[in-house]
Design a protein around this ligand. Sequence first.
Ligand SMILES: Cc1cc2nc3c(=O)[nH]c(=O)nc-3n(C[C@H](O)[C@H](O)[C@H](O)COP(=O)(O)O)c2cc1C
Length: 200
Amino acid sequence: MKRIIIGITGATGTIYGWRLMELLRSEGQTEIHLVMSPSAKLTLKMEHDVELERISSLAHEVHAPGNIGAAISSGSFFSEGMIIAPCSIKTMSNIAMGNTGDLITRAADVILKERRKLVVAVRETPLHAGHLESMSKLANLGAVIFPPVPAFYNRPKTLEDIVDQSCMRMLDQLGVNLESSPRWGEEGGVAAVGQVLGDK
Ligand SMILES: Cc1cc2nc3c(=O)[nH]c(=O)nc-3n(C[C@H](O)[C@H](O)[C@H](O)COP(=O)(O)O)c2cc1C
């Protein structure tokens, strides 16, 4: 089994972390480690009528956000990487600066120092120069900055279509290739631009 760490923070879009875990469960090849910040729990409550336990039960292991001694805070605990979705500006900036006072930021810092894959679905708009500088810093440290910006070429019809497309692309980054959304240029997927335009 592969291992993937999912971090959910208090930015809007808690559905992304939730759906990532559902997709990984449907794939069935990945051990999921979940850590949710206290703000994530508040935001989840505002966004969905769902019990926290239902979200937590998707993970194989749930780590308390303040448990700095959890397995995922050590580089010797091997994982493929970590996805933080959604990622608040606060958490993104803390990781960029090496401020690792909670388990999400510590686990993310460990992923970076071990040269594993860190995907950060930063969710804020608009962005000021300080946000952009922090993102640039984090990208230079090796993280994948992945704002969950929707695509429309796949003609999404529902909110789930939009969420799934971003989640599929985030999981691609960790080598988990699912077909939760049509792919560009593939059979049953989205026509490549040449096909749409008749190769003109
Ligand atoms: C409903 C709701 C939506 C929020 N949306 C965002 C957001 O999109 N981006 C962001 O950076 N912060 C957002 N926040 C603020 C964060 O939750 C806040 O900065 C928090 O301290 C982040 O902490 P965390 O990174 O430890 O989860 C939101 C807060 C609430 C209650």
